[in-house]
Design a protein around this ligand. Sequence first.
Ligand code: ADP
Ligand code: MG
Length: 728
Amino acid sequence: MSTLRFFAVKESLKRKPLKIEEPKRRSEVFGANVFNETAMRQYLTKEALSSIMEAITKGTKIDRVLADHISTGMKEWAISKGATHYTHWFQPLTGATAEKHDAFFETIGDGMAIEKFGGSQLVQQEPDASSFPHGGIRNTFEARGYTAWDPTSPAFVYGTTLCIPTVFVSYTGEALDYKTPLLRALHAVDKAAVAVCKYFDKNVKKVSASLGWEQEYFLIDAALATSRPDIVLTGRTLLGHSPAKGQQLDDHYFGSIPSRAMAYMRDLENECMLLGIPVKTRHNEVAPNQFELAPIFEEANLAVDHNSLLMDVMQKVAKRHNFSVLMHEKPFAGVNGSGKHNNWSLSTDTGINLLSPGKTPMSNLQFLTFFINTIKAVQTHEELLRAAIASASNDHRLGANEAPPAIISVFIGAQLTKVLEELETVTKGKLSPQEKTDLKLNVVGKIPEILLDNTDRNRTSPFAFTGNKFEFRAVGSKANCANPMTVLNTIVAKQLIDFKEEVDVLIDKKSMKKDDAIFNVLREYIKTSKAILFEGNGYSEAWEKEAKKRGLSNNKTTPAALKVKIAKPSVELFENLGVMNEVETKARYEIEMEEYILRVQIESRVIGDIARNHVVPTAVRYQNILIENVKGLKTIYGEKFKDFAKEQLTIIEEISKHIEAINSLVTKMIDERKSLNSETNIEKKANGYCNKVKPFFDDIRYHCDKLELMIDDELWPLTKYRELLFTK
Ligand code: ADP
Ligand code: MG
């Protein structure tokens, strides 16, 4: 009997939902462990508080003396919350979060000790970070970088540690993390959008990007998940035959949340409340044991931090409930994968959502300006946006057997399509008073505040307008949102700058009225952005053909998708907007390609090992049992035995064929790997892993999965899909 598998199944059957303690009202504990304005008012002097507030709103520097006041106040607050240590919390390019804990505790001689946390320790730290990916930015002899406090994201206490959100940069100032370019991109879009807002409202001083992510994930019993070496080592199953029942009945999606999962969610939500992560919705997703969690949207930098923190907290809370959380985009073949919709908008410090239709023609013209500019930005930079969500694991969704496709397109709904059609016919040059009145009253003024067709209906669109925000749906569940948010905000910033320039030329050189100039530029954008607009089913061959005709990219694999990142126009775009210099852009490309290679390499090793060490030996064992059986039949029946052993003999032969196929495929795959490992050109190597190594996975899997169906269930060593997916 296969010991580990059945032990795991037995364990999983014994589980009970965990009882958890809960606050009566969540609002009362919300942000209790965050050094937010309320806490700061209590622990900081007036000057220290206002210097932080200025740093947050205007990006001003905090002076050294005040930094000392702040750190002392922060320490006292943290200790009151049970903290003993502090850490600079940052997001290196490995995709996880990093922290190195130091105690507040310090000795001061004569056997005495105090708790200390100085301003310099708050502001800057030097983690021993030589093994974080850096894409060649840091030479090994100066393999050091430093972390610097980001006051725009509040410090928080998690467990017994005060966590201070920081950026992570090299000594020469290059970004080594996700946050630095994001902050720069948010600054760029702020500046560009404020300049455009001035056409409509002179009082706007700041525009912030907002992000509301929706996190999908699988919850699998911990014993079952850890019984599978592929899940442990790669986060997904590399083998496993589909169960007789999958997601076809939709009974999970519409069903109630299973009680163990519910206890986990409530526990997780309570942790989120303490940490100030405003989670609001939870529900079952399409696949069995798949769920989703979404917060109220926040300023993009904070939302990114909160998502990174959440992914960490999800794993920690899961331990208490004996669950493993699978964040991988495609943990199971044959059922839906997981994504992370990024809902995005821009809003002003005067309280206006720039992507929300308003009440007056003027506010709607402002809405249309931002709406059309975003479409135009996506049209121009669709390939870059695709690159921003590329990863080995997300390749299993995009361009594979699942919506959304690898082709970026924008869904806007019938009502707005009609508005754009009308705007396209606006007269070239100056508009007659009659036309302007007509436009304002009958086109711009008639956009309803609630757009009926802009709900979630078109689920196949990778970039959909959903009433008052765009929803970037192709982001991977495992991804750090910073990367797609950096690119989206950068391309929109660039587009808004171009727009402003074009409008100003018409106003200054052609002496057009402001409105006329805006209508003229928008009309041209509508004409040139048509290729990106698509309302139909994005997951279809017809669309692939059509998209090709329209000249849209369709990069189905990570190595193909990433290439555009280092193309000259991309490098210049990031450089000119101050988001990343050439060194940073190229380093990121290298890191992502390297990561891709490593992921595929690991998967290749794991599938080879499991096939050879688990599947083949089990197949041989079962074959031997059959051989014994046939021998026995022969002893009893003599030459007539064949009448009774037909089935056994067929299976014996089938097993041999599959074993032979597995062994030869694994050998060939290893040979491909060996020849690639001496390849020094990163592009060639990544392409090799993509096109020469990875294709073996499906073939090896095919034979292993066939054996799974054939071999005595009692002998099969790998926990089966039905056990992984249907154990509550
Ligand atoms: P649903 O799509 O389920 O109907 P909503 O449209 O209310 O729900 O929101 C979906 C997600 O979009 C939520 O996570 C929410 O926080 C986010 N969201 C809503 N408005 C905005 C906005 N202006 N900017 C960014 N995200 C937003
Ligand atoms: Mg959504």
